[in-house]
Ligand binder design. Structure first.
Ligand SMILES: Cc1ncc(COP(=O)(O)O)c(C=O)c1O
Length: 398
């Protein structure tokens, strides 16, 4: 069949692909430990599930406004004011089918062919493909370990051109867990403000997952000027363990939000009505479950970093945010496992899956060779067992 050029240029999400392979092995009865997928292993809190059931009973089962129900926009508005110090009107907020959808819509309505989007690497897998799907050109800027994998203002200035339409800033970051400080954000904001056509797309989906006294700062909150140039992306998927419910949102300049809502009205229509009511309960209700989850993740992070650092040749920073670790593993490259030579992170990840039955994601999927990403959204027993399998695999490398 002849498919469009657009379809031909598209790659499936490598993180989902790795998880699908792990699940297929499990269906064959193989006991795979997964560190591959970016979702909390906690259940959606009970009061949120109850709100969804009540929404069904109350007949909230019909089309809603394409950009979201007013009740949800209102709680999002309150949350942005309370938590981030950001004042928006409801027409500056759009609710989408997950944060991924909000990002997709943003690139679709912002980019023309040849427009550039700066994406610091390592980056979350979908940014570059979404930019390409919208006809834009991703400009990948590799960061370095010595800055904690953070883009510097000097690097940003070097890559800003008259064609730059956006900088994607993901803090806390998937895959590195990097968290930008207020000072670092201010320097990036200043560089962006010198380019009138450039926006910041601030993906803040891991907002509550910050550890060791680090704080999450929304770059939009630094000044009215930078707020006018920022699209804040967030959602309920990670923080309320609601990945399957598919509710994300964007807040930003009215014209951009309107265009995103219009695009949505021609594609998905509204996000699921029941999920929207569940998200109202999530944002309005007790935030205690979030705190409990973050505390559990911090312990697991320390456990997994310790286990990885014990592997000969492996180095691993302690990530200040998100729920991933990003160890450097290139010491394994050129070595053999049995008669198989490991040349890169993709081959290492596949060998770990096939031989050690541990699923994780190669750094190359995030545009950064020499590393692996492990999600520690798995319980402590699984983490210990997974680390032991990795250690056994490592010992067998020659
Ligand atoms: C950085 C980042 N942004 C956005 C998303 C998508 O979130 P959602 O499930 O709300 O679409 C993810 C999910 O993995 C992510 O890691």
């Amino acid at each position: 069949m002849r498919l469009s050029q657009r379809a031909a240029s598209m790659a499936p999400s490598p993180t989902l692909a790795m998880d699908a392979k792990a699940k297929a092995m499990r269906r064959q009865g193989i006991d795979v430990i997964s560190f591959s997928v970016g979702e909390p292993d906690f259940d959606t809190p009970a009061h949120i599930r109850a709100a969804a059931a009540a929404a069904m009973e109350q007949g909230h089962t019909r089309y809603t406004p394409a950009g979201g129900i007013p009740e949800l926009k209102e709680v999002i508005q309150e949350k942005l004011a309370r938590v981030n110090g950001l004042e928006y009107t409801p027409d500056q907020i759009v609710v989408s089918v997950g944060a991924k959808h909000a990002l997709y819509n943003a690139f679709q309505v912002l980019l023309d062919p040849g427009d550039e989007v700066i994406i610091p690497a390592p980056y979350w897998v979908s940014y570059a493909d979404q930019v390409r799907l919208a006809g834009g050109e991703p400009v990948i800027v590799p960061t370095t370990e010595d800055t904690g994998f953070k883009l510097t203002a000097a690097q940003l200035r070097d890559h800003l051109t008259p064609r730059t339409r956006a900088l994607v800033l993901n803090s806390p970051c998937n895959p590195t867990g990097a968290v930008y400080s207020r000072t670092e954000l201010a320097a990036l904001a200043e560089a962006v403000l010198a380019h009138p056509d450039c926006l910041i797309i601030a993906d803040e989906i891991y907002e509550p997952f910050v550890y060791d006294g680090n704080e999450h700062v929304s770059i939009a909150s630094l000044s009215p000027e930078i707020k006018a140039r920022t699209l804040v992306i967030n959602g309920v998927s990670k923080m309320y363990a609601m990945t399957g419910w598919r509710i994300g949102y964007a807040a930003g300049p009215k014209e951009l939000i309107q265009a995103m809502a219009d695009l949505q009205s021609q594609s998905t229509s509204n996000p699921t009505s029941i999920s929207q009511w569940a998200a109202v309960a999530a944002l309005r209700g007790s935030q205690e479950p979030v705190g409990e989850m973050v505390a559990a993740f911090r312990k697991r992070r320390d456990l997994i970093v310790e286990g990885l650092r014990a592997l000969p040749g492996v180095t691993c920073q302690v990530p200040p945010g998100a729920f991933y670790v990003f160890p450097r593993v290139d010491a394994a490259f050129g070595k053999r496992y049995g008669d198989q030579v490991i040349n890169n992170s993709q081959e290492l990840a596949m060998a770990l899956l096939n031989e050690a039955h541990v699923a994780l994601v190669p750094g190359s999927a995030f545009g950064y060779e020499g590393y692996l990403r492990l999600s520690y959204a798995a319980n402590e027993n699984q983490i210990r067992a997974g680390l032991e399998r990795i250690a056994n695999f490592w010992r067998a490398l020659a």
